[in-house]
Ligand binder design. Sequence first.
Ligand SMILES: *Cc1c(COP(=O)(O)O)cnc(C)c1O
Length: 376
Amino acid sequence: MLQNFVPVNEPLLDGNEKKYLNECIDTGWISSEGSFVKKFEDGIAKVCNRKYGIAVCNGTAALDIAVKSLDLPPGSEVIMPTFTIISCAAAVVKNGLIPVLVDSDSITWNMDIDCIEKKITKKTKAIMIVHIYGLPVDVDPILKLAKKYNLKVIEDAAEAIGQTYNGLSCGSFGDISIFSFYPNKHITTGEGGMVVIDDEVLAEKCRSFRNLCFKKEKRFVHDELGFNYRFTNLQAAVGLAQLEKLTDHVNKKREIGKFYTEQFKDIKFLQLPLEKTGYAQNIYWVYGIVLKDDYPHDAEFVMKELTKKGIGTRPFFWPMHEQPVFKKMGLFEGESYPVAEKIARRGFYIPSGLGITDEQMNFVAEKLREVLHASF
Ligand SMILES: *Cc1c(COP(=O)(O)O)cnc(C)c1O
């Protein structure tokens, strides 16, 4: 690796992480039984105005148990964006349900809300909303549809902790909502995730699924199959320290976004992330860039050139309807979602983690300009 390589993400761990971790080690409380877990769950629940938080080992696991807890009839359809991470569709499929896809809005990259209603059938039982790259999806019209057709809402707010929609917290909108604490999220625990919810019965179900469905009255007896998706006190220790910095982290992300936008806004063939919409100000989970049609290469070319210059990048999500694994299952045959297909091929993101320095951002901006101008 080059000496000056700027990784696509570096976390920022500059608060009480060490102090709380030392407490775990000094007291011997390192498993999921430690007291930081409950504190972290309560802290996150509070941030998004929820009654309960159920911490699990990652965001994918949170989606798995969130979908499972709703207990939808087998074969029910769940409407979701095609442009998202595999975890969303995987949770649906693994629970015996059918993902029904919706294309993206070309400006926000979120699910195109005008395409949802025509996808609703008698078998539709839920909508999974996913806030993409730091801008919330337009929630209100979706909640209205959900009410009209009596659908559950599953909210994937993995990229939107600390974000609001019309002043209300992301993570508060689903019948059940989830977060991830992977190192590129606004709060990290290394690996980690959480289900947040108001319904006490569902919360208890999720706790049970997280912990192998041990029977309360008789341990090692099981009425249902669960998972070991437990979250450790060590993770919670880091999470609690991170949570204390949530506002700082969101502000820093906005500064990163502002800096890059300032640097690139004169380059006509780049589509940059929206700074704000009528309902939210971007919190730039990542700083994504889409190459417009008049630029002669795709994202793969630019990413390769940037790697040579010491800049880490990632491609955009690859749409669910183009996933080989789902094709093999006979899903989404002949379906096409042109916006998602295009941004998947023309989009990538540049180093925008919380640990990035001003010097690194300047370096990234300079090298990206160089690459683009040499190739156009
Ligand atoms: C990161 C992410 C997840 C999954 O989180 P993991 O903790 O990596 O399993 C789910 N959904 C979205 C939208 C994400 O960005």
